[in-house]
Design a protein around this ligand. Structure first.
Ligand SMILES: [Zn+2]
Length: 575
């Protein structure tokens, strides 16, 4: 694991309260009366002074600004508490590559994917020696046995430090902990120097290769195993969800009225449900207790990425009963976490945002006043485009007889790479042909060559005003990005045919995928709402200033946001 420094797990003593806490959170998810006002903020708020002892950085995967707007008045627990703080309803993951890995990479680094190097969930290196030419963003492809689909998990591709990395370098007592269902979320928020890192693999939480899970993780796995073995009844739907329940189909996939009944031994159904978030939150609580996070001499960082909103959004879209129930359960899960931190007497500050937004299943969008929503034309996939470029240019794939295609891509949008055996003259000819074909297609909003993006400046100013080229540039890395980058037109969903678990998605350059809420909360801070656009790269400089961490000039693409709504200024003098 190069770049993943030795794990220095501290204070691994398991507090006896943990298994009970985990069981309560998991069971509470199945019982499901909706969140209680008891979870709202403590009445007497006294503003703490000095840096917080714990940063809780929460990403809710695929939590679009649209979902937040739709449900924010319904939250009564954790998400209600956070709305009493500094609320930025129009945050931006401002780049075009609105996928999980690039999005998570911006949150605690303060720089765009063009600088994190994390340009996509997967990219291609047609020159790599192994048969699998695809590289996963959180993989060490030099490790024995690693493949893009079964990776040796690593932060090797993240080119910058995270907030936790910086804090640990400045104050060695800092603990940097990250949990999620997704390994890439753990790695991109945690970074290179993580003390405890857990993600879900099939039916359990696991950590870096060669390390034993700590007792808190063993307890979380045991709690999850009990639920998996026993199954669980459908979750209750709050009354305000009833209007969302309408069964329909996307192709052969039934959706719209599901309530997450869990059959025995169905780990995939567990994962694609609010129970995955509850288990993630329970593990986070267990690690807080076992490691005494926020109770040491230095500021600790706890990163939590809740993945179920994304899994549910992909499986059944964003506008059915399923997402409504998920919004209620997520609120409760976050409430349980904050209530636990309060009870432990920890002085903590929270930021909550998302790695990207999302769009509903096009079959439902078509019924719900967005008839232009459609599925992508298979002609924009790499195989069809390879044939089209060959037909136009006579350049066949590949020149060296390696058996690979002329064009590689991880989906029918985004980055496209040519086979590396093309001569530079062939590559120029093929690039011109590919751009011509893409730009003539009615589902394509824009297509750029790598050369065009390389010479464009990194965009500045308000992300809502950025051109499509600016958005593509913010996720362009000359060493990794495709030879061509293609952006689909608005509401063209890049899934040609709906599949079980995958009817809807994100990844576009449009604001339904770029806009996410950004919420900050700390006890005693004067809350406010600022509707002007801000950027997820503003989060790291904001937290660094709150902690008093000195950071070199130019380290961030974003700016510090003063999250004290009163005369106080959390950015300090002169910032
Ligand atoms: Zn995601």
């Amino acid at each position: 694991m190069p770049n993943v420094l030795p794990l220095k797990f501290q204070a691994p003593r398991l507090r006896s309260v943990f298994p009970l806490a985990a069981a309560l959170v998991l069971a509470g998810c199945a019982a499901a009366p909706t969140g209680s006002a008891l979870d709202a903020a403590p009445a007497a708020l006294v503003a703490p002074t000095g840096p917080p002892k714990l940063i809780v950085a929460i990403a809710v995967d695929q939590f679009s600004a649209d979902l937040f707007a739709q449900y924010r008045s319904r939250y009564t627990a954790g998400l209600a508490r956070l709305q009493q703080g500094a609320v930025f309803p129009s945050g931006f993951q401002s780049h075009a590559a609105t996928e999980t890995c690039p999005g998570h990479s911006t949150i605690l680094t303060g720089v765009h994917p063009a600088r994190t190097g994390v340009i996509a969930n997967n990219w291609y290196d047609p020159g790599i020696a192994r048969a699998d030419k695809r590289i996963y963003c959180a993989e060490d492809e030099t490790a024995a046995g690693s493949t893009s689909r079964d990776p040796v998990v690593s932060a090797a591709h993240l080119r910058v430090p995270t907030l936790g990395d910086r804090l640990k370098a400045a104050a060695p007592g800092t603990r940097n902990v990250a949990v999620s269902a997704k390994d890439r979320a753990v790695v991109m928020m945690g970074g290179h120097d993580i003390d405890a890192a857990y993600w879900w693999k099939k039916d359990h939480f696991e950590t870096f290769a060669g390390l034993q899970p700590v007792p808190a993780a063993v307890a979380a796995n045991a709690a999850a195993a009990r639920v998996l073995a026993a199954g669980a009844p459908a979750l209750a739907a709050p009354a305000w969800c009833s209007a969302r329940g309408r069964a329909m189909r996307a192709g052969s996939v039934a959706l719209g009225a599901g309530r997450f009944a869990l059959a025995k031994n169905q780990p995939d159904s567990f994962r694609v449900s609010p129970r995955m978030d509850a288990a993630t939150g329970a593990l986070a609580i267990g690690l807080v207790d076992a490691m005494k996070l926020g109770q040491g001499g230095a500021t600790d960082v706890l990163s939590i990425s809740f993945s179920a909103t994304d899994y549910i959004g992909h499986a059944v879209g964003t506008e059915g009963l399923e997402m409504c129930i998920q919004m209620a359960e997520l609120d409760r899960t976050i409430g349980a976490l904050l209530t636990h931190l309060d009870a432990a007497g920890i002085d903590y500050a929270v930021v909550l945002t998302a790695d990207h937004g999302g769009l509903d299943t096009p079959e439902r969008l078509d019924e719900q006043a967005l008839p232009g929503a459609t599925r992508v034309d298979k002609a924009l996939g790499s195989a069809a485009l390879s044939r089209a470029v060959t037909a136009a240019t006579g350049i066949a794939a590949p020149g060296s007889g390696t058996g690979g295609p002329l064009i590689y891509a991880d989906g029918p949008f985004g980055d496209y790479w040519f086979d590396r055996t093309l001569t530079s003259a062939q590559k120029a000819q093929a690039t011109a042909a590919l751009l011509r074909i893409m730009r003539a297609h009615p589902q394509v909003a824009a297509a750029f060559s790598a050369a065009e993006l390389a010479e464009a400046p990194l965009p500045t100013g308000s992300p809502q005003d950025w051109s499509l080229k600016d958005r593509a540039r913010a996720a362009f890395d000359a060493r990794r990005s495709g030879d061509v980058v293609m952006l689909l037109a608005r509401a063209v969903v890049p899934i040609p045919d709906p599949l079980p678990g995958y009817t809807a998605t994100h990844g576009s350059a449009w604001d339904y995928d770029r806009r996410v809420p950004i919420l900050f909360w700390r006890k005693g801070l004067a809350g406010f709402e600022q509707p002007a656009p801000v950027d997820t790269v503003d989060i790291a400089p904001t937290l660094a200033a709150l902690i008093g961490l000195a950071v070199p000039e130019g380290a961030f693409d974003g700016r510090c946001l003063d999250i004290d709504g009163g005369p106080g200024n959390t950015c300090g003098l002169g910032k």
